[in-house]
Design a protein around this ligand. Structure first.
Ligand code: T5A
Length: 211
C-alpha cells in the first residue's frame, strides 16, 4: 500500500480555507480516495480541548511561549493519533492549517524566534511535512466581509487571535508570503477571491499532479 498524501490549507483569517477543505474532501472522495479531513488546532479529543484553551476567553490569556507550546501539543497528538496512521494505511489527509501557521502566527506575527519554533515543531511532529500546501490569499476587505458574514450566520464574535490587530495580521500575511517564497514547490499561492466554486477549480489544478 502506497503512503497517502498530506495536503494542508493555510492563510489569514476568513480566507475561505474551511469551505475549500470541505469541497476538496468531497472531490477527492469522488475520485475514490480514502480521505481524512481534519483541522488544527483540533482533530482529536485532547487537541480539541487545547483548541478551546487557545480560543476561549477565561481571564488568563496565554503568553506567547505558552501559546506556541499549546499549538504544538495539539499538533503532536494529532500527528501521532490521526495523521500518521491514516497516511500509513494509504489514506490522504487534508488539514485546515499545520506547521506553516505556527511560523506565520507565532513567528512572524508574535515575533518568537523562527529557529526555536523550527526545533520545537520538529520535535512535536517528528519531521512530518505536507506534500502540498495551498495558501489561500484574499484582499483584507474580502476577509473582513467573509468574517462578518460568518459571525452573523453563526451568531458568534471574533476570537482572541482574530482581534490581534491590523499590524499583527499584516505581519502574518507577509510571513506566509515569505514561507511560500522559501518553498515554492510545496506551497502554492491560490487567488481565493471569487465564488467557492471558482476557487475550488483553481485548487484542483494543483491536485491533478498528485492523483
Ligand atoms: N493558529 C493556528 C495559530 O496561531 N498557530 C497555529 O499553529 C495554528 C495551527 C484557528 C486560529 O489559530 C491560529 C490561527 C487562527 O487564528 P480557526 O477558528 O480555525 O482558528 O480560524 P481560521 O483557521 O482562521 O478559520 P476561519 O474559520 O476563521 O476562516 P476560514 O476557514 O479561512 O474561512 P471559512 O471557510 O470558514 O469562510 C469564512 C466565511 O466566508 C464564507 C464562508 O461561508 C464563511 O461564512 N466564504 C465565502 N464567501 C464568499 N465567497 C467565497 N469564496 C467564500 N469562501 C468562504
Amino acid at each position: 500500500m502506497a503512503r497517502g498524501k498530506f495536503i494542508t490549507f493555510e492563510g489569514g483569517e476568513g480566507c475561505g480555507k474551511s469551505t475549500q477543505l470541505g469541497l476538496l474532501g468531497e472531490a477527492l472522495g469522488k475520485e475514490g480516495i480514502d480521505v481524512v479531513v481534519t483541522r488544527e488546532p483540533g482533530g482529536t479529543p485532547l487537541s480539541e480541548k487545547i483548541r478551546s484553551l487557545l480560543k476561549d476567553e477565561f481571564g488568563d490569556p496565554p503568553c506567547d511561549r505558552a501559546e506556541l507550546l499549546l499549538f504544538l501539543a495539539a499538533r503532536a497528538q494529532l500527528v501521532r493519533n490521526v495523521i500518521l496512521p491514516a497516511l500509513d494505511r494509504g489514506a490522504w489527509v487534508v488539514s485546515d492549517r499545520f506547521s506553516d501557521s505556527t511560523f506565520a502566527y507565532q513567528g512572524y506575527g508574535r515575533g518568537l524566534s523562527l529557529e526555536a519554533i523550527s526545533v520545537a515543531n520538529e520535535f512535536a511532529c517528528g519531521g512530518l511535512r505536507p506534500d502540498l500546501t495551498l495558501l489561500l490569499e484574499v484582499r483584507p476587505s474580502t476577509a473582513a466581509a467573509r468574517m462578518r458574514g460568518r459571525e452573523a450566520a453563526t451568531n458568534s464574535s471574533a476570537d482572541r487571535i482574530e482581534l490581534a490587530g491590523d499590524e499583527f495580521h499584516l505581519r502574518l500575511k507577509r510571513g506566509f508570503e515569505k514561507l511560500a517564497e522559501l518553498e515554492p514547490d510545496r506551497i502554492k499561492r491560490v487567488d481565493a477571491e471569487g465564488t467557492p466554486e471558482e476557487v475550488a477549480k483553481r485548487i484542483w489544478t494543483y491536485l491533478k499532479p498528485l492523483l
